[in-house]
Design a protein around this ligand. Structure first.
Ligand code: NAD
Ligand code: IPM
Ligand code: MN
Length: 356
C-alpha cells in the first residue's frame, strides 16, 4: 500500500492532478498495486478556505504520506497578498524547506515524435536526454530579505544569496552519482567569475570530484550555459546548479522538448519526496480543459520509480505517453499544423487506452 498526498493547488493544478491520478489508478490495476490517495489544500485555494496558503493539516498529511503529487500554486488573484501569504512564498517554498527537499531532478528528454514540435531545428534537439539537478532549498530564495526606507526617499530591497559547504556538497554528490548512472559527464553551472557563493560552489564541486574519477566534470558560467542550451543542448548529460539558475535554465530546457507542459520533476532529499510538473498554474488557460497533463503524468511515473522502486509500472506510463505522441495525439501546446487538438481529459484518455 502506497499512501499518496495530492495537492492540486491553483489554476490548471485541479485539472491535471486528477488526470495523473486516473493514470496511477490504471497502472495500479494493471500491476496489482494499491494506492491510497488523500487530497489537501495548498496555495491560493488554501488561503481562500483557511486564511493561510500552507495549512498545518496539509503539512501533516505530507509528513505521513509515502509521496506527494503537486499541481501548481499561484495566480493573479493572490499576487497582491503580503509576501509570506502568497502561494509561492507562503506555501511552495516552505513546503520544500520543511520536508528537506534539497534536490530537484528535472529531466529534459525529447520524445522522437516531438522533435519537430520544438521551436528549435529538429536536428538540434532530436535525441536530447539531459538531467538538470536544481538545488532547491538554498540560495536567493531562502536568504535574508528585507526592505529599507532611504533617507532621500524611495526604498532599498535586499536579498542575500547564501550557500554553505554542506548544502553544496550534498546536491553535487547527487550530480556525480546521477552522472555515474548515465553517461558519466557532469556540468556544474555557476557564476564563479562574480559571485562568492559560486566560488565556494566550484571549490566544493572540485574537491568532491576526487571521489568520482570516473565522472568527467566540467564547469560553465550560467550565461554561457543558457546560450549553449539553445546552440547545442546535446553536449550536456547531467547538470547541477543552484536554485535560481536551475529555475531559469529548466524552463528554457523544457522548450527544447516541445513545451513546458512536458517536463516532470522530483524533489528529493527528505523522508518523503514531492513530484510536480515544472510549469506553473497557467492562469491564461486554466479551467478550459486546455492544459497538457503529460508533465504531471510523467511526474507520477517518476514517483513510482524514485519513491517506490516500481520500475516496470513507471516505464509502462512512459511507454503509453510515447505511444500516444507517436500516434499523433496532441494538446494545443505541442500541436503542429494539420494535427487535431485534444483537451486535457481526452489526452489522458488516450494515454489510459495506450496503457491497456
Ligand atoms: P506558467 O508555467 O504557469 O505558464 C507559462 C506559459 O506556459 C503560459 O502561457 C501557460 O499557459 C503555459 N503552460 C504552462 N503549463 C502548461 C501546460 N501544462 N500545458 C500547456 N501550456 C502550459 O508560468 P507563469 O505564467 O509565469 O506563472 C503563472 C503562475 O504560476 C504564477 O502565479 C507563478 O508564480 C506560478 N508558478 C507556480 C509554479 C509551481 O507551483 N511549481 C511554477 C511556476 C509558476
Ligand atoms: C518552480 C516555480 C517556483 C520556483 C516558484 C513558483 C516559487 O517557478 O517550481 O519552478 O521558482 O521554484
Ligand atoms: Mn520555475
Amino acid at each position: 500500500m502506497h499512501k499518496i498526498a495530492l495537492l492540486p493547488g491553483d489554476g490548471i493544478g485541479p485539472e491535471i492532478v486528477p488526470q495523473a491520478v486516473r493514470v496511477l489508478e490504471a497502472v495500479g490495476k494493471k500491476f496489482n498495486l494499491e494506492f491510497q490517495f488523500e487530497t489537501a489544500l495548498i496555495g491560493g485555494a488554501a488561503y481562500d478556505a483557511t486564511g493561510h496558503p500552507l495549512p498545518e493539516a496539509t503539512l501533516e498529511l505530507c509528513r505521513r504520506s509515502d509521496a506527494i503529487l503537486l499541481g501548481a500554486v499561484g495566480g493573479p488573484k493572490w499576487d497582491n497578498l503580503e509576501p509570506d501569504l502568497r502561494p509561492e512564498r507562503g506555501a511552495l517554498l516552505p513546503l520544500r524547506k520543511e520536508l528537506g527537499l534539497y534536490a530537484n531532478l528535472r529531466p529534459a528528454a525529447v520524445n522522437p515524435a516531438l522533435a519537430s514540435a520544438s521551436t528549435l531545428k529538429e536536428e538540434i534537439v532530436s535525441g536530447l536526454d539531459i538531467m538538470i539537478i536544481r538545488e532547491l532549498t538554498g540560495g536567493l530564495y531562502f536568504g535574508q530579505k528585507h526592505r529599507e526606507e532611504l533617507p532621500g526617499g524611495g526604498q532599498k530591497a535586499v536579498e542575500t544569496l547564501e550557500y554553505s559547504t554542506g548544502e553544496i556538497e550534498r546536491v553535487a554528490r547527487l550530480g556525480f552519482e546521477m552522472a555515474r548512472k548515465r553517461n558519466k559527464r557532469l556540468m556544474s553551472v555557476d557564476k564563479a567569475n562574480v559571485l562568492e557563493s559560486s566560488r565556494l560552489w566550484r571549490e566544493v564541486v572540485q574537491e568532491l570530484a576526487k571521489e568520482y574519477p570516473d565522472v568527467e566534470l566540467n564547469h560553465m558560467y550560467v550565461d554561457n550555459c543558457a546560450m549553449q542550451l539553445v546552440r547545442n543542448p546535446k553536449q550536456f548529460d547531467v547538470m547541477v546548479t543552484e536554485n535560481m539558475f536551475g529555475d531559469i535554465l529548466t524552463d528554457l530546457a523544457s522548450q527544447l522538448t516541445g513545451s513546458i507542459g512536458m517536463l516532470p520533476s522530483a524533489s528529493i532529499g527528505g523522508e518523503v519526496a514531492l513530484y510536480e510538473p515544472i510549469h506553473g498554474s497557467a492562469p491564461d488557460i486554466a479551467g478550459k480543459n486546455l492544459a497538457n497533463p503529460i508533465a504531471t503524468i510523467l511526474s507520477a511515473a517518476m514517483m513510482l520509480r524514485v519513491s517506490f522502486g516500481l520500475e516496470e509500472p513507471a516505464a509502462s506510463i512512459e511507454g503509453a505517453v510515447a505511444k500516444v505522441l507517436e500516434q499523433g495525439y496532441r494538446t494545443g501546446d505541442i500541436m503542429q499544423p494539420g494535427q487535431k487538438q485534444l483537451g486535457t481529459v481526452e489526452m489522458t484518455e488516450a494515454i489510459l487506452k495506450a496503457l491497456g
